[in-house]
Every structure is written in structure tokens, then in C-alpha cells.
Design a protein around this ligand. Structure first.
Ligand code: G3H
Ligand code: ZN
Length: 286
């Protein structure tokens, strides 16, 4: 069964853990996530970015997610990650996604609020959860100096206004996190996170989950992070496993054997993230 993301995040906030959101670009990735969630009795969010949704087709994603959720007997939230337009968000909503992110973080505050409001109106009308973003989460290629890093972080007053005026259910923040592989160990701005959480009182989302040290993740969860996005880690794990299997038997034509190696490696990586987030054994609480 596909469930909205909001109740998963509310339960996580109450229970002092966070729910992992894992991106998928293939059927094998989706199955690995849902199967691990079932094995670990963990709540989970299956996500596609806009590009991944276009590649797989939103209707196919929904059909596969429903079928796998039913097969493994575990509820999941199906989420559009970094939705890049109102059209993409509504296409996913119509297809049956239970949660959408509209990422207007590159826009002015005024435009971001206006567009996010439109997505909230369309989504909430049919019970779909909405995540918005304020502050710019930097990519791994960005070699930021301190001033730039500071300028990109979520401003507490803007976050409060954004959350209040848009009516979003979850807020993605920039607090020193970045997408991709960190060049050096990140240091999350915990004071900023605390201030945002007390000012807004909604679920906070931490993007760029790959490579954040476990102690910082655990501390961030105690300060109100209810969802953590992890993508590069499982992509890299999957690809490394495929490379390894093919290196061992370069002439194999057994797609199933190679994919099985990839799936097992991915499942171990997902379980490791779920342990870090404290979500194992929590799915019955939803
Ligand atoms: O939205 C996706 C995540 O923020 C992924 O970040 O690739 O650094 O794990 P990551
Ligand atoms: Zn992200």
C-alpha cells in the first residue's frame, strides 16, 4: 500500500528517529529498498528525482511500487524528489505518488512561496504530502569558501515565513549538507537546525545524506530531522557491485546473476542507513 509521507514523518518526530528516503533509477533499486524495509520492519520513502521519474515514467513507478509494497507486505511512501516544475509535481500526483517535493530554492523567496503554494493546493486537495526547500543545498562540485557556504544556508526567518505562507508538510534545509560525495567531513550547523525547528515546528528534511558521519546524523535527528535523503551511497554501492561481478566474469550473459549481486550489496547499504536513522522495527507504529 502506498501511504502519504506526512504520517511517517509525524511518527518519526514523535518516536525520535528519522525515515530514510532512497532514490531509485531502476526496478532492482526499488525492490532492494522495499525488501529491506520489509525485512527490517522499517518505514521507508521511495523517491524518484524529476529526471528519474521521466526516465522510468511516473505511472510505471507507481504500478511497480504498489506491486512491490503488496508483495513484501510493507507500506511505503512514494515521493517526487526535487520536483522541478508544477507540471512535474501534478503529473506525479495524478499518477499516484503520495508525496511531492517542489524545489524552488533557486528562485527568489517570493517566487518560491508562490509556486510552492500552487503545488500545496494541488497536492493537499488529494491528500498528498508536500516538501519544500529554502536555502540552497550545494552540489559536490561546488568548492565553496566560507562566505559562500554561509550565504547558501537556510535563513531562520525566511524558513519560518516560507513554512507558514506555503502550508508545506516538510521543509528541506541547507545547514552545511551537500549532494554527492563530500570532499572533506561535513559539519552540520546544529544551532541553525534547532532554531529552524523551534521557529517552524514542522518536519525538517536533511538532503545529502551520503557521507554525513553517524554521530552528526544522530544528533540532527534529536533536533528534529524526520527524513534523510540518501542517493549517491546506494548508487555507488550498486554500481561497484555490478563492476565487481562483471570483472569476475566479463563474458557473462546472465543479467539476473549480476543484478542479484547488485541487489544484495544495495540491501546491506540501505540497512546500514536505516540503523543509523533508528528506523528499524518502527514500521508497525505507522
Ligand atoms: O535528494 C537527494 C539527496 O539529497 C541525495 O543526496 O546523493 O548526497 O545522498 P546524496
Ligand atoms: Zn536532495
Amino acid at each position: 500500500m502506498l501511504v502519504p509521507m506526512k504520517p511517517l514523518l509525524d511518527a518519526a518526530l514523535k518516536g525520535g528517529y528519522a525515515v530514510g528516503s532512497f532514490n531509485v533509477a531502476s526496478y532492482e533499486m526499488m525492490e532492494s529498498i522495499i525488501r529491506t524495509a520489509a525485512d527490517c520492519e522499517s518505514p521507508v520513502i521511495v523517491s524518484t528525482s524529476s529526471a528519474e521519474a521521466r526516465y522510468l515514467d511516473p505511472e510505471v513507478v507507481v504500478a511497480a511500487a504498489r506491486a512491490l509494497s503488496h508483495k513484501y507486505g510493507t507500506p511505503i511512501a512514494l515521493h517526487l524528489d526535487h520536483g522541478d516544475s508544477f507540471e512535474m509535481a501534478t503529473q506525479c500526483i495524478r499518477s499516484g505518488y503520495t508525496s511531492v517535493m517542489y524545489d524552488g530554492s533557486h528562485l527568489s523567496l517570493h517566487e518560491n512561496i508562490a509556486l510552492t503554494q500552487q503545488v500545496v493546493a494541488a497536492a493537499h486537495a488529494v491528500g498528498v504530502t508536500v516538501e519544500g526547500e529554502i536555502g540552497r543545498i550545494q552540489g559536490v562540485e561546488d568548492d565553496l569558501i566560507v562566505d559562500e557556504r554561509e550565504a547558501s544556508m537556510t535563513d531562520v526567518n525566511e524558513a519560518t515565513r516560507f513554512a507558514h505562507e506555503t502550508g508545506i508538510d516538510a521543509l528541506a534545509v541547507a545547514i552545511g549538507n551537500a549532494h554527492g560525495f563530500y570532499k572533506s567531513e561535513p559539519t552540520l550547523d546544529m544551532a541553525r537546525l534547532s532554531a529552524i525547528r523551534s521557529a517552524t515546528d514542522i518536519s525538517i528534511v536533511l538532503h545529502g545524506g551520503t557521507g554525513i558521519p553517524a554521530e552528526q546524523i544522530k544528533q540532527a535527528v534529536t533536533l528534529g530531522i524526520a527524513k534523510i535523503n540518501v542517493a549517491s551511497k546506494i548508487r555507488r554501492t550498486f554500481m561497484n557491485a555490478l563492476h565487481g561481478a562483471l570483472a569476475e566474469d566479463p563474458n557473462t550473459t546472465e543479467v539476473r546473476d549480476v543484478m542479484t549481486v547488485g541487489r544484495e550489496a544495495m540491501m546491506a547499504a540501505i540497512k546500514e542507513s536505516m540503523e543509523m536513522l533508528g528506523s528499524i522495527g518502527k514500521s508497525s507504529k505507522v
